[in-house]
Design a protein around this ligand. Structure first.
Ligand code: AMP
Length: 177
């Protein structure tokens, strides 16, 4: 656990609705040491892992994922909310607290056998990142690991993702939700 990174994340209570403790990474990203430590720590972990592609999840996964891809010398692929990608896509539905949502990836974004690093900012229920992992596999990619800045293990996503056999890396954890 990286305390210097955790300390730079701001918590905003009751956003976007009452009862949610919003873990705001904008304060970490605007801090030059915080941004560098975040990207360097993730990059160093994967530099010898033969990653072919970094896949980032909309929207904060784009900020981290593109910087990590650049540092690893590989390409970046976005997973987007439905209706945003212009080409042929694969879609995956996933549960939200109320209702369902869909994410998409371009069908031609990955090659069969590509070793993929999947990145998002925060792991809560795991619904979003699991759906993204399934999309990667639908295209024949192999998810090497799913990487986050923040893990909220008490919400249950960590256990849920591990149960499906994926490996998780997070820079810090917060107790509760
Ligand atoms: P989940 O699919 O439940 O794991 O939710 C993950 C997505 O929701 C992440 O991409 C986060 O950006 C966002 N999210 C969920 N809970 C929080 C929270 N407490 N603070 C900040 N972002 C959150």
């Amino acid at each position: 656990m990286l305390r210097s990174i955790k300390e730079k994340i701001r918590t905003i209570p009751d956003f976007p609705k009452k009862g949610i403790q919003f873990r705001d990474i904008t304060t970490l990203l605007k801090d030059p040491d915080g941004l560098r430590d975040t990207i360097d720590t993730i990059t160093n972990r994967y530099k010898d892992q033969k990653i072919d592609v970094v896949v980032g999840i909309e929207a904060r996964g784009f900020i981290l994922g593109s910087a990590v891809a650049y540092c690893l010398g590989v390409g970046f692929v976005p997973v987007r909310k439905k209706g945003k990608l212009p080409g042929d896509t694969e879609r995956m539905e996933y549960d939200l607290e109320y209702g369902r949502d869909e994410i998409e990836i371009h069908r031609d974004a990955l090659k069969y056998g590509d070793r993929v690093l999947l990145i998002d900012d925060l792991l809560a229920t795991g619904g979003t990142s699991l759906a993204a992992a399934h999309l990667v596999e639908k295209l024949g990619g192999k998810v090497v690991e799913i990487s986050f800045i923040v893990d909220l293990p008490d919400v249950g996503g960590h256990a849920r993702i591990e149960k499906e056999g994926y490996s998780i890396f997070a820079l810090c954890e917060f107790a509760g939700d």
